[in-house]
Design a protein around this ligand. Structure first.
Ligand SMILES: NC(=O)c1ccc[n+]([C@@H]2O[C@H](COP(=O)([O-])OP(=O)(O)OC[C@H]3O[C@@H](n4cnc5c(N)ncnc54)[C@H](O)[C@@H]3O)[C@@H](O)[C@H]2O)c1
Length: 324
C-alpha cells in the first residue's frame, strides 16, 4: 500500500519545516493532495520559493518565512499542530566540514527549538529527518540500527545529536518522536545547482548541458539511492505509528545498492549521451559504501517502499528532462 492510501483525520494540521526544500516540498504536496492542512516553515536559505509556488493559492496551505533558530517563531508555528515533519536543516557533508559552527546552530539548536515548541504545544507526533551519515566509519553492510561507527563529519554529528534529543524528549516528556535516517534521496525538485548539489541532479544537469561530470574517487563507492516518494511514505507512516515505536531512529532507504560509476553510465544511456567522466580525488568525510537494512522500519512503522532505484531514476530523469 503506497502513501496515497494512508488516512488522516480531516482536521489534522501538519507543520512541515524545510517545506520549500526538496524533500519538504514533496511532503507538502503529498499532504495537500490528500486535502489536509499544511503549514510550511522555511527561511529559503537552501530551498526555493518556486518549490511551493503552486501551493500558495491553496487555502489549505500556509507559508511561514521563518527560521528554526528563532524559538518564538517555532512556538507560533506549532500552535494547533497535530503532526510535525521536521526537514529543515543544512545538508552536505563537505560544507559541514567547512562551517561546523553554522551546522551546530541550524541542525542541532534549530531541531531542539522545534522539539521544545512541539512539546509545549502538545503536538502528537514529531517526525524528523536524520541521515545515513550517522553510521560513520562502520563498514558493516547493510547498515542496521545499532551498528553505528565513529562519525566522519560535523553534519553526521548534528544528526546523531538530534537523535539523542529525540530519544530524550520521548523518555523525559513523552513526546512521540521518530528519527528517519534517509539514504541518498533523489527525485523531482532536488536542487541541481551549486557546489554542494547532490550527485544525481548534478550529473543530470551537467550531462544535459553538454558538460563533463567529476566522480570523486574511483566510482566504486556504493549508495542506497532512495526515490523521494519512499521518503514521503516513511514520513506519513511514522506520523501514524504507535507510541511504542517512538523515541527511536529508523533507516529509510530502498534497500538496494548502486555503484556510482554504474549510476553515471545508466544516466548516459538513458539520455543517449556518450561522454567519459573525470575522476577526481575522494572527498573527506564520505562513506565508502552505504545501503540500508529497512527491516526495523518495515516492522515497527509498516514502511514498505514502493519504488526501487530503477523505477525512481526513470521518473527522475523524465522530470529533469522537462524542467532543466
Ligand atoms: N537529500 C538527501 O539525500 C538527504 C539525506 C539524508 C538526510 N537528509 C535530510 O533531509 C532534510 C531535507 O533535506 P533536502 O535534501 O530536502 O534539503 P533542502 O536543502 O532542499 O531542504 C532543506 C530546507 O530547509 C530550509 N532551511 C535550512 N535552514 C533553515 C532554517 N534555519 N530555518 C528554516 N528553514 C531552514 C532550507 O531553506 C530548505 O528549504 C534535511 O534535514 C537533510 O539533512 C537529506
Amino acid at each position: 500500500m503506497s502513501y496515497e492510501q494512508l488516512h488522516f483525520a480531516p482536521d489534522a494540521v501538519f507543520l512541515v519545516t524545510g517545506g520549500a526544500g526538496f524533500i519538504g516540498s514533496n511532503i507538502c504536496e503529498a499532504l495537500l493532495n490528500k486535502g489536509l492542512q499544511v503549514r510550511c516553515l522555511d527561511n529559503l536559505s537552501t530551498g526555493h520559493r518556486e518549490n511551493i509556488e503552486p501551493f500558495l493559492d491553496n487555502p489549505n496551505f500556509t507559508f511561514l518565512e521563518q527560521d528554526i533558530r528563532d524559538l518564538d517563531a517555532c512556538m507560533e508555528a506549532c500552535r494547533g499542530v497535530t503532526y510535525v515533519c521536521h526537514e529543515a536543516a543544512w545538508g552536505s557533508v563537505p560544507r559541514s566540514i567547512e562551517m561546523p559552527l553554522l551546522y551546530e546552530e541550524i541542525n542541532i539548536r534549530g531541531t531542539l527549538n522545534m522539539m521544545e515548541a512541539a512539546r509545549q504545544n502538545g503536538v502528537q507526533k514529531f517526525v524528523y529527518a536524520s541521515s545515513s551519515s550517522v553510521y560513520g566509519d562502520s563498514t558493516t553492510l547493510p547498515k542496521r540500527e545499532g551498528g553505528e561507527g565513529r562519525l566522519l563529519s560535523p553534519y553526521a554529528l548534528t544528526k546523531r545529536t538530534d537523535e539523542e534529543y529525540g530519544a530524550l524528549y520521548h523518555r523525559l516528556y513523552g513526546l512521540d518522536t521518530y528519527g528517519l535516517r534517509y539514504f541518498n534521496v533523489f527525485g523531482r525538485r532536488q536542487d541541481p545547482n551549486g557546489a554542494y548539489a547532490a550527485v544525481i541532479p548534478k550529473f543530470l544537469r551537467l550531462l544535459l548541458a553538454g558538460e563533463q561530470c567529476t566522480i570523486h574517487g574511483d566510482g566504486r563507492q556504493s549508495r542506497d539511492f532512495t526515490y523521494v516518494d519512499n521518503v514521503i511514505e516513511g514520513n506519513l507512516r511514522a506520523c501514524l505509528a504507535p507510541s511504542e515505536a517512538a523515541g527511536e531512529a529508523y533507516n529509510i532507504g530502498a534497500g538496494g545498492r548502486e555503484y556510482l560509476i554504474d549510476v553515471y553510465n545508466n544516466l548516459c544511456v538513458a539520455l543517449g549521451i556518450e561522454r567519459e567522466p573525470i575522476f577526481g580525488p575522494p572527498r573527506a568525510g564520505d562513506i565508502r559504501d552505504s545501503n540500508a537494512d529497512i527491516s526495523k522500519a518495515r516492522e515497527k512503522l509498516g514502511y514498505d517502499p514502493s519504488y526501487d532505484f530503477k523505477a525512481g531514476i526513470t521518473l527522475a530523469i523524465n522530470w529533469y528532462r522537462e524542467h532543466l
